[in-house]
Design a protein. Structure first.
Length: 154
């Protein structure tokens, strides 16, 4: 997709980062938190997500199944590494700071690796719950979007 201006491109990046920061806080890191630290709204959002996707990775992380320890590590990485990237990225884009692009590129490299791993496991791995075609499409669209956003940054 071509953009007529850097501002339009940065607006897209800004929306992407904001969306992912909210998802990280409200859904993705919830399985890592002790129940007393989980907000009710976040718990309900995660329940809604799981009900509509049957996401085996999030189900495994939530149940603390030791077979999904690798995925819990990815979620921890998302909270400790990616979330600060989102915040600094949002701040840098709002200020028009060009020095934010290397950070976004580093985030894109790390996120594409973790996302590709999750997609391969989800599509080709052994799932406890068979997917409907709708659930599979939702999972692929929710996870696949992390692969595209920043390759045209530099």
């Amino acid at each position: 997709m071509a953009f007529s201006s850097a501002a339009g491109r940065d607006g897209l990046y800004l929306g992407f980062l904001l969306f992912h920061a909210i998802c990280t806080i409200c859904i993705d890191i919830q399985p890592l938190l002790p129940k007393p630290l989980q907000l009710d709204i976040s718990r309900r959002l995660l329940d809604f997500y799981l009900k509509n996707t049957s996401d085996p990775l999030m189900l495994g992380a939530r149940s603390q199944d030791p077979n999904y320890l690798w995925f819990r590590w990815f979620l921890l990485q998302e909270g400790l590494v990616f979330l600060p990237c989102f915040i600094f990225g949002i701040r840098g884009l709002l200020k028009g700071t060009a020095s934010v692009y290397p950070l976004l590129l580093a985030y894109a490299a790390a996120a594409s690796t973790t996302t590709a791993t999750c997609l391969v496991v989800t599509v080709f791995g052994h799932q406890q719950v068979p997917f409907t075609s709708t659930e599979l499409m939702v999972l692929l669209s929710a996870n696949g979007q992390s692969l595209e956003p920043f390759p045209h940054t530099l």
